[in-house]
Structure formats: structure tokens, C-alpha cells
Design a binder for this molecule. Sequence first.
Ligand code: ADP
Ligand code: MG
Length: 587
Amino acid sequence: MTTRSVILSLAVLIFVVLAPYVLGSFYIAILNFVGIYSIVAIGIVILTGSGGLISFGQSAFVGLGAYATAVLSAKLGFSPWMGLPVALAVSAFTAAVLGMVTLHLSGHYLALVTLAWGMVITLLFGNLEELGGHTGISDIPALSIAGISLAPQERYFYLVAVCLILVMLGTTFLMQSRQGRAIRSLKGGETLVTSLGISQFRIRLGIFVISALLAGLAGWLYAHSQRYVGPDPFSIQTGIEFLLMAVIGGSGHIAGAVIGATLFTSLHSILQDLLPLVTSRAGNIEKIIYGCLFILVLQHARSGIVGMLPRFTPRKSEPVAQTAEPLARRSLPMRGEPLLQVSGLSKRFGGLTAVDNVNFDVRAGEIVALIGPNGAGKSTTFNLISGALRPTKGTVTFSGENLTTEKPVNLVKAGVARTFQHVKLRPNMSLLENVMLGAYSRTKTGFLAGALHLDTAVEKQLRAEAAFQLQRIGLLERANDMVSSLPLGQQRAVEIARALASDPVILLLDEPAAGLRRLEKDQLSQLLKEISAAGVTLLLVEHDMEFVMGLVDRIIMLDFGKQRAEGTPEEIRSNPVVREAYLGGIL
Ligand code: ADP
Ligand code: MG
């Protein structure tokens, strides 16, 4: 632990212990709300801020948790502590079912479904006789520990504080773990995450369930703090207020949720005191104020309050430890063995045949280039091989496996890694974390192990692997910098390092030299030669003929989707068909 985090922990500890003695019960009651709301808002930070999914229905999950424990303890006479696992299970189960139905669709559907779901559930709460209808359920028993009742808000404060601290620790650990990196990569789009071996659906489902679990926990805390539940506090409006808290505080950071919940609860309390003095329509004016605040934050401070705080330590560029038991490597096929067979490959887009009966083989250890003028079908061929597109006809066989029927998410595990024509890195993650993402498919840490911080040994291995790959591209000393600070050439290199971190058999590169300056091209060429020398097979799509001539063993030329020529760079250079296609070009 650094000195700073020791001081911070001590300060938090002292505050928590002393607060009930120093602050009046009015403020403690407010702090309890802040704690409970913070837990919900942390769920939104993970779901929306990191994962890019919007839910208006978090209040309904809070309600589910609250009603579950209310029914169990007040109506059925179970211990309030039994209410906790039940509240969590009910929220998580409901989220899992809703998620299964919607999360295969685009992200916006979830927002709509949560809106509908939030409305339905509050209607249910208000209309089911068993749940007390609009009068709700009262006489919910207080929690007690070893005979000490937690009914007074001053004592309840300690429970809320412990829950919040545990949630903050767990979610912070989670976001720094293997699945946390996967969560943070979701915004990069499905093609990217799939190419890394990450199932977009599973990660989305995971964060939806996690945010519902946190809401369920908050609901349980709420029910036994207020000792009464009714339908109103769990309406869609509260759901929107939770979103607002996360956005105002800063949805990119766990601390943003706590800051947002604090600000929002204080503002709410102040407005409720002040507005009735000046208007008889206090409730409406309050909503208008929140609406304006929302717009202001979105317009002028997208990263919320947290984004305005100065980072008081600049990112330290401490050396990355490279000593760890290395991750297991696969044995690469013998040089010259048949590796990839493309046979009869065709792809039609409506009336356009973008790829028309293409056939070629790649042997282990070769460097092969697909060339051709713009629109020739190179990228389409590339996407058919890398699983991003399904062919209309034909097959791609890799090490005896038919890739065209394989799930794209499994390709990287089979040994196929790729880079993108337009670099797809996560700009707000460090170089090291971006490259660690590449090794996602080589380890197994789940959400729970990440949240409980049981992954230190594997994380060390992953960091060492990423450091090794960064050293290969000569960027190790920038490991802790944000990717967005690099020029394009170096970003391309980081993308290659990320692909190499997956321990690939074959590396597919889509126009790696596009947009690079001459010196950067030379460096890239050198890097690709080194990678090839280490035994990795390379298949690149390239528009730049000069770049491939000095690099590759064999060239396949496409034009209008058809395969026009194949041969060594020398043969291609003197081929009249190629000369014609590139007439006026660089040949
Ligand atoms: P290249 O990478 O060689 O420049 P592409 O493979 O990107 O060429 O494109 C080949 C042809 O297919 C082009 O005419 C392009 O407009 C068309 N095409 C590519 N992708 C799609 C798509 N998703 N839908 C419709 N047409 C497409
Ligand atoms: Mg292209």
C-alpha cells in the first residue's frame, strides 16, 4: 500500500467511527441514505459508465430487494438476515432473465426494456394485495447483531458504512481484474471484443446481474432502515435519479457514484427545505432543477465531478515486474506444414459479389499478403477468415478445423489473432492493460474471483506477459501511459502486441501500413520480420505494394473480388495482370 492509501484509509476509518458521536441523528439519517444510494450508483458506474449499457430500472431492483426482505421478515416471520440472500437472489434472478431476453440485441433495447420493466414492477408493488397495495408493508423488524438492535440510525450507520466499503473494495478489485478489463473494453464494439475471445453477451449479462445485486443489497438495507416499504420510492423517477447521481458524480469512476449520491442527497434535502418557502409547486420545480443539472453535466462535464478533480499523483511510470511464472505457451506447428486453406470462398452483399471464388493456402511460418486496389475485396476476405463475416459459399480450414462454422469468439483460442484497419484500442486504458486484454483467452479468472482479489498470481503472470510483448515493440517504458497519448504508428504496434499476447499461431493484419510515415513503415516491417522469425505465421491485407514487396514470401492479388494472380513478389512484379490493375500505381 502506498502512503497515500494508508492515510486515506485511516481518515475514512476515523470518520466512520466518530460520525455517529459528532453528527446529529438528522445528518446520520441522511448519510445512511447516501450510503444506500451510493451502492446503487456504483452498479450504474459499472453498467453504464464502464459497460455502456443504460438502465432506468435500477430502482425496481432496489424495490425487489426491499419487498423480498419485507415479505420474508414482516409477513412470514423469518430473520431479517435471511432476507439478505433472498433479496440478492430475487434481484439477480430477475436481472438474469431480463438480460437473457434483451442483451443479444443492441444496447438501446436494454434501456427501453428496463423502462418498461420499471413501470410494470412499481405497478405490481402498488396493486398486489399480498404486498400491501399502496399502503405498503410496515412493521418490518429491525436488524440486530448479538442482541444489539440496529434500529437507531446511529447504529445502522455502521452497517451501511461496512456494506458500502466492502462494495467499493470489491468493485474496485473487479474493475482492475481480467473481467473488469473485459467490461471496460465493451465500448470498443462487438468486433473488437469478439476478436479478443470475450463474449459480449456474457460480459453484458454479468454486469447487468452485478448491478442488480448491488441494487438488491441497497433494497435490503433500505427496508430494514426505514422499517417500511411502499411502492413510491421505487418508481421510474427514482431510477432516473440514480442515473443522475452516477452521471453527476462521474460514471467513469467508483468514487463518482459516492460523490454523486452525496451531492444529490444533500441537494434534495436542501431543496425540500428551501423550495416550499418560495413556491407551492416545490415537487415540480425540484424535477426541473434535476433536469437542468443533467443537461448541464452532459454538455459541459461529461466525466462528472470526478473528472474535474485534479489527479494528485501523476501516473507513476514504475517499472513493470517481469518476473512471474510465464503463462503456458502452445507449441507452434512445424514450419512449412499446411496451416490455412481457403477454398471456394465467396461473399455476396445483395447484388454485389465482393469476394468471388477465392482459393489459396498458407503454410506455417510463411508471410503472405493479399493485395489489390481499393474495393477489391481484401477486407471482406480478411473478415471471412477472421470470423467477423460468414461466407456465402466456401470454407476456411485452419489446422484441420472449419473456421466458417466455428463461433467467432473461439477463434483466438484456436490460434487466430487479428489487428484492425482502423486501430481499435481502448484509449483510456494504459498500454499495459490494452495488451493484457489480448491474453484474455489464456486465463480463466471469473467475476467473483476478481472482486475478491483472489487473482493476484494470475494477474502477475498476465502483467509479465504484457510487459514482454511491450518490450518486443520497444514501448515497455511507456507501459503505464494511456494509449491515446501515442502516435498512430505506435498504436498499430500496441495492437500487434495485444494480438501477440494471445499466443497466436497465425496473425492476421488488415492494412498495417495504412497512414504510417516512411520511418514508421520501416519499423513495422522490421517488427513483422522478427515476429515471423519467432515462428508466427502472418497473413496481411495491404494496399501498399512497396511495403509488402520487401517483406513477404508470397502474394495473392485480388481485383473485383476475383483472384487474379499469385506468386512470389518477383513474379507478381512482372505479372502483366497486376501491372494493368495497378496502372499508374507505384509499379
Ligand atoms: P478492400 O478492402 O479490398 O478495399 P472491401 O472488401 O472492403 O475492399 O470491399 C469490397 C466490395 O464490397 C466493395 O465494393 C465494398 O463497397 C463492398 N462491401 C464491403 N463490405 C460491404 C457490406 N458490409 N455491405 C455491402 N457492401 C460491402
Ligand atoms: Mg479494406
